[in-house]
Write a protein that binds this ligand. Structure first.
Ligand SMILES: [Cu+2]
Length: 101
């Protein structure tokens, strides 16, 4: 008799942090989409919202499973730059032409 319990339980963690990063290099909705995808597919990232106009990304994540450094790596891997937003840091419009499309 098989006594296999396939309890695919997601480890319950209410340790969720929401943080806003600034994203450099996005020039169109396609760019924003790529950044959003690369972030949300990371383990530990619950949701990612990329704001093209504001050149920012708001990520809800579990700090036990993923780190901002990891997100930076992922975003840099597709040609953009993710930076922790310092308070008082005004995002400057970026039209450097690092477009993905
Ligand atoms: Cu683009």
């Amino acid at each position: 008799m098989e006594n296999e319990k396939q309890n695919n339980q997601v480890s319950q963690s209410d340790n969720l942090v929401e943080e806003t990063f600034s994203v450099e290099g996005m020039t169109c909705a396609g760019c924003a989409n790529s950044v959003q995808k690369s972030l949300s597919k990371l383990e530990g990232v619950k949701s990612a919202e990329v704001n093209l106009a504001g050149a920012s990304a708001t990520v809800a994540y579990d700090p036990d499973a993923v780190t901002p450094a990891r997100m930076q790596q992922a975003v840099e891997g597709i040609g953009f730059k993710l930076e922790k937003k310092e308070s008082g840091d005004i995002p400057k419009p970026n039209r450097s032409g690092g477009c993905c499309c």
